[in-house]
Design a protein around this ligand. Structure first.
Ligand SMILES: [Mn+2]
Length: 361
């Protein structure tokens, strides 16, 4: 289990590489260029500057997140071929700088969705991201976009980049005629276009689940259960087509047995990396992001880490969103303190599981 941390870059993050390097057991960054439009080529100069900075701080950068897929690819428009070609150039450029895994998603329009970016947790005064489908009922997609931007502490949020959402109304209209099966067909076309390049340069694509784990605003969503991921894996037969399982996203639906899902795809060798965090359910489709500790939420973190140890011990992982604690100000979900606590907890679980397992042998 290679422990990593998400970092948005020098000018886009309140957390510094030096702080990340000081977290015990930290090996590297899951990198991110927050200003790139979907399927815009990531140039060698940009990649060299970002990864060079990470390496100078004594950290690896084997994983890059959020190389976003253009909506035209997801919608299967004729313009998709150009965007797929761009995507392949980005894959090649990233590979030249040692990147091994690219995390992406195939969610129409909305990458992830919350109804409150800083819901105060009354017990201790911390705050975290929060979702209540009842609140969503009264809000249209445009209201949600506005509310999300207002509560982002001035940051552009991953997946909520203004450029991407500028043509929101037109895009939503176009999706009205696209079924889940068609979206899957478009996904297959995309994978067939990029996986040969991945095989050639040694990069693995890691698909992230829908968040929350069900369709929203009537848009088709095809990546939120074990069965749906089986269908995705079946689209292209290559070890370079894999998953980034996210316990918090999948955990927004308690029907998802996450340790079992990790074991299933871990044994198949199709998990490239994971985001590990906990979620506390407060009612039907109503939850908040909790600390990573099992007893603070509804997920059994011990069983999740044990499934990683037993089926895919070499994957990259990172703590996912944390709460805002100790009066920290920063990107919602991406402060330093609670995520660092998450790292230490996950590493502690892993050490205990590993030592216990070796003793029993
Ligand atoms: Mn995630």
């Amino acid at each position: 289990m290679k422990m990593t941390f998400r970092w948005f870059g020098e000018h886009s993050d309140t957390v510094t590489l030096r702080q990340i390097k000081q977290i015990p057991g930290m090996t590297g960054i899951m990198g991110f260029l927050d200003y790139k439009a979907a399927s815009e080529v990531w140039t060698e100069a940009e990649i060299a500057a970002y990864i060079g900075g990470v390496k100078a701080a004594g950290l690896d950068c084997d994983v890059i997140e959020s190389v976003n897929v253009h909506e035209d690819i997801k919608m299967g428009l004729p313009t998709r071929d150009q965007y797929i070609e761009n995507y392949c150039i980005t894959i090649r450029n990233l590979a030249k700088y040692g990147v091994r895994v690219i995390v992406y998603n195939f969610m129409p329009v909305f990458d992830w969705l919350r109804t409150d970016m800083a819901r105060v947790i009354e017990e201790d005064g911390s705050n975290s991201l929060y979702f209540d489908e009842a609140e969503l009922g009264e809000m249209g997609p445009m209201d949600i976009v506005q509310a999300t931007a207002e509560k982002a502490n001035g940051f552009s949020l991953p997946g909520w980049e203004p450029a991407r959402l500028a043509e929101l109304e037109t895009t939503l209209k176009r999706y009205e005629s696209i079924t889940a099966d068609q979206l899957r067909e478009n996904f297959k076309y995309f994978l067939e276009g990029i996986i040969p390049t991945c095989e050639e340069v040694g990069v693995t694509m890691a698909c992230h689940p829908d968040d929350p784990a069900w369709p929203i605003f009537g848009l088709p969503r095809i990546a939120h259960t074990k069965e749906l991921f089986d269908q995705i894996i079946d689209l292209v037969d290559s070890p370079h087509h894999a998953l980034c399982l996210c316990s918090g996203s999948l955990g927004s639906n308690l029907q998802n047995d996450i340790p079992a899902i990790v074991r299933h795809f871990g044994q198949m060798g199709r998990i490239a990396c994971m985001h590990i965090r906990n979620v506390k359910h407060l009612g039907h489709r109503k939850f908040r992001e909790s600390s990573h500790l099992s007893t603070d939420g509804d997920l059994d973190m011990y069983e999740i880490v044990k499934a990683v140890y037993e089926t895919c011990p070499d994957i990259y992982v990172r703590p996912d969103h944390g709460r805002m604690i100790w009066d920290e100000m920063g990107r919602p979900g991406y402060g330093l303190y609670d995520r660092a606590l998450g790292v230490t907890y996950l590493n502690g679980l892993y050490e205990a599981i590993e030592k216990n397992s070796k003793r029993q042998k």
